[in-house]
Design a protein around this ligand. Structure first.
Ligand code: SF4
Length: 71
């Protein structure tokens, strides 16, 4: 089985908040208006549809997905 880890590349994020609009339960914003994924929200056995949409809608391609075998 595979685990997916979702993070935001802070260097690329421009703070459009599209990710938050699609998946407010996953993404959060820091005090400067940039997105991040809190540690407890990062890992998925399967990527939910709204998270996929957030990823494909990010204009900066700042949302990163790492795939790794589940332990
Ligand atoms: S949609 Fe992309 S660029 Fe915009 S806030 Fe989210 S991660 Fe950052």
């Amino acid at each position: 089985m595979t685990m997916f880890t979702v993070t935001v590349d802070a260097e690329r994020c421009q703070g459009h908040a599209r990710c938050l609009a699609f998946a407010p339960e996953v993404f959060d914003f820091d005090d400067e208006g940039y997105a991040f994924v809190p540690e407890e929200n990062q890992r998925f056995a399967e990527l939910p549809e709204n998270v996929r949409k957030a990823i494909s809608s990010c204009p900066e391609r700042a949302i990163l997905v790492a795939e790794e075998p589940a332990p």
